[in-house]
Design a protein around this ligand. Structure first.
Ligand SMILES: Nc1nc2c(ncn2[C@@H]2O[C@H](COP(=O)(O)OP(=O)(O)OP(=O)(O)O)[C@@H](O)[C@H]2O)c(=O)[nH]1
Length: 671
């Protein structure tokens, strides 16, 4: 994951090297060069809604780059980014106070249900501010600034979104919970912003909490990132305390976008999604030049040309402006038919001009792969459509068609992590009404065969079962994990990491209460349930982040699951030899629990090659759903039978055995 490299390139190998990051950080995080160049001092002036927040049309020509600030909010998960974004939108009158929809920018149903941000969202705000010349005599009138705010996800799986958002920004608010202090993703996000050369404004949030200790957090910011403690803003996004300092600090400390208005148009494509009515909508940042409705543009990546049918800003919903000028961030609607044409990171430019492409983004690195199949085989086309549309909106998923003897036609998808995979499944079901079966997640292993060929295996079924005969060596991907925990949990965390075949690389203390550990862990060991277990053994206090590392030689075997003697390719897994027995037993147990009794006996076996390592049986008998329905109304019985019929539709028939969707889901949790 390129994004993860950033996280801790400076983390590199030792804490001390991080602590040694020098005054370059404080220079960047202090007053921007702009301020010294202009020799101005800014003063907070007005936090009332700007008149433009009404439905009046917006004239973007009033906002040259000097009056634009593009910034992001980054933080560890749950430290209050989305709540802070809400308050800033309210403060500027972009949304109504008490709009009744907390975390306004978390628009997806899955984000609201899970209380997490999955997709980075942009909103444009206007804020009036007064400038006072350093000589204090040249008082100017307050000026209106255009502020583009990008709310980003905090969970490690979605840091790809963060890295993309930062490409459109010149500064970032680094939000840290006043009670929890610096956590693993705070570290990762800081380095991501630092390496992107952004001005960083530390914001210590949640100061209203009884356990808040802003001084301790300031000391951590100083010792870990060399951030000037006096530059930290103290806020409570909940009570509103201290919020009036945030936008003045954004205007004061973050430089305006550096683009040239007189140069030919260059736009960075940040994101895209499919809208039922408008078609493909692209989020763009205009780096140089200007874009107008009706312009013809071309794409560097595909060479295709399009006409701009609509252009505008997110304020906070789509708001047509007819134009986007240098430094502005907004949306464009072109004639693109699918979001596949909208390559995230692409450079768009005026047709028939020549420009140097913008740097773009490193492609997302897929950590986990799993097969997705329609629960009902005849729904393949519907699933195909749903996946196509959803991947338009989530470019970080890779998809290839595959087929399984057990499940029929389906897809092999690559995800950034397990939560990402989970969220993708949930969105497929919620937003597109598809019922899916997903196979056990796997990571990309490398196998070397006796003929000297090497293959990357993303699907266990692709590995012949008699591996030992043909495979001469195998390697598995590893990660460098950063774990920050209260000192009292060090023991259990060390035990967990060694159970997961981890190698400790570093162990030190951030302050008197918290320990910092760095481990090399096999990726396979963390994708399945590691984070949940870490949270549970540390009462939720652990924070965790990882970056991808090298492959390491390993002793891997293919574990087959057999139902009535038939191997089920969709249930095969590649596991470490030492764990094969336990995993085999657990898989058999889970399947037994979830397969309903049927008219015949079902044997469930786990096998390595021809050796059976676990076995159980489900005895024969049809599940009688009417058993608990004594007498009573016939319509009630009919309803229960209908429900059973509906449930059966969602079962997968493998050989002669019906397997409910939940059985496949449960298999995902075996580590
Ligand atoms: N006491 C207190 N709670 C806050 C404050 N700011 C946010 N919260 C609460 O903290 C929780 C997490 O807030 P979010 O804004 O969703 O956090 P986030 O960082 O956006 O979370 P992700 O998007 O999942 O990374 C919510 O329950 C908020 O109500 C604050 O200043 N004080």
């Amino acid at each position: 994951m390129g994004l993860l490299k950033r996280a801790s390139r400076a983390l590199k190998s030792s804490l001390s090297s991080r602590f040694a990051i020098t005054s370059a950080v404080s220079e960047r995080c202090g007053r921007s060069p702009l301020c010294s160049n202009l020799l101005v001092r800014w003063q907070g002036y007005c936090s009332h809604p700007h008149p433009r927040s009404t439905n009046a049309s917006i004239d973007l020509s009033q906002y040259p780059t000097e009056l634009i600030r593009n910034f992001s909010i980054i933080a560890h998960v749950d430290h209050g980014k989305s709540t802070l974004a809400d308050r800033l939108l309210e403060l500027t009158g972009t949304i109504k106070r008490g709009h009744g929809q907390p975390q306004y920018l978390d628009k997806l149903q899955v984000e609201r249900e899970r209380g997490i941000t999955v997709k980075a969202q942009t909103a444009t705000m206007f804020h009036k501010h007064k400038i006072i010349g350093l000589d204090d005599t040249s008082t100017q009138e307050p000026q209106s600034f255009l502020l583009n705010l990008i709310d980003t996800p905090g969970h490690v799986d979605f840091s790809y979104e963060v890295s993309r958002s930062l490409a459109a920004c010149q500064g970032a608010l680094l939000v840290v919970d006043a009670a929890q202090g610096v956590q693993a993703q705070t570290v990762a996000n800081f380095y991501l912003a630092f390496e992107s050369n952004l001005a960083i404004i530390p914001v210590i949030n949640k100061i209203d909490q009884p356990t808040a200790d802003p001084d301790r957090v300031k000391a951590q910011l100083k010792s870990m990132f060399d951030l000037d403690p006096s530059s930290a803003l103290l806020t409570s996004a909940k009570t509103g305390q201290g919020l009036e300092q945030v936008l003045p600090a954004v205007i004061e400390r973050i430089p305006p976008p550096p683009g040239k208005s007189e140069s030919p148009l260059r736009m960075l494509l940040l994101d895209s999604y499919f809208d039922e009515y408008k078609g493909v909508i692209c989020h763009v940042a205009v780096v140089d030049g200007a874009l107008r409705k009706g312009d013809k543009i071309s794409s560097v990546a595909t060479g295709q040309s399009y006409e701009i049918l609509d252009v505008g800003i997110m304020h906070p919903e789509l708001r047509p402006t007819g134009v986007l000028l240098t430094g502005q961030v907004g949306y464009v609607v072109t004639g693109m038919r699918t979001t596949k044409e909208a390559r995230v990171g692409d450079t768009l430019f005026h047709h028939r001009t020549t420009v140097d492409p913008l740097p773009g983004f490193k492609p997302a690195k897929h950590m986990v792969f799993s097969g997705l199949y329609p629960a009902d085989g005849s729904d393949f086309e519907a699933l195909n459509n749903a996946i196509e549309r959803l991947t338009c909106n989530d470019a970080s998923v890779c998809v290839a068609k595959e087929s399984s003897t057990a499940l029929g036609l389906g897809f092999r998808c690559g995800f950034l992590g397990l939560l990402h995979m989970d969220v993708f499944h949930q969105r497929l079901e919620q937003e597109y009404g598809t019922h899916i079966i997903s196979t056990v997640p796997t990571v990309p292993y490398i196998f070397e065969y006796s003929d000297g060929s090497k293959v990357t295996i993303q699907n266990p079924a692709a590995l012949p079962s008699n591996t030992k005969q043909r495979v001469v060596a195998c390697w598995e991907p590893t990660v460098l994990a950063t774990i920050i925990i209260p000192s009292e949990y060090v023991g259990p965390v060390i035990t967990l990491c060694s159970e997961r075949r981890g190698e400790q690389l570093e162990y030190s203390f951030i302050d008197s209460q918290r320990a910092f550990m760095k481990y090399r862990l096999p990726l396979r060991e963390i994708v399945v349930d590691f984070y949940n277990e870490l949270k549970s053994i540390t009462s939720g206090y652990a924070s965790f982040d990882y970056e991808d590392a090298d492959y390491q030689a390993s002793d891997l075997v293919k574990l087959d699951i057999l139902l009535n003697g038939q191997p089920v390719d969709a249930m095969a897994a590649i596991v470490h030899n030492l764990k094969a027995q336990r995993v085999g037993r657990e898989l058999v147990e889970k399947l037994k629990k979830h397969i309903d009794r049927q008219m015949f006996e079902i044997t469930i076996q786990a096998a390595i090659g021809s050796k059976i390592i676990a076995r159980d049986t489900v005895s024969a008998m049809r599940k009688n759903v009417l058993a608990k329905c004594y007498g009573g109304d016939v319509s009630r019985k009919r309803k229960l039978l209908e429900k059973q019929k509906e449930g059966k539709k969602r079962m997968k028939r493998i050989g002669s055995v019906d397997i409910p969707q939940e059985a496949f889901h449960e298999l995902l949790k075996v580590s």
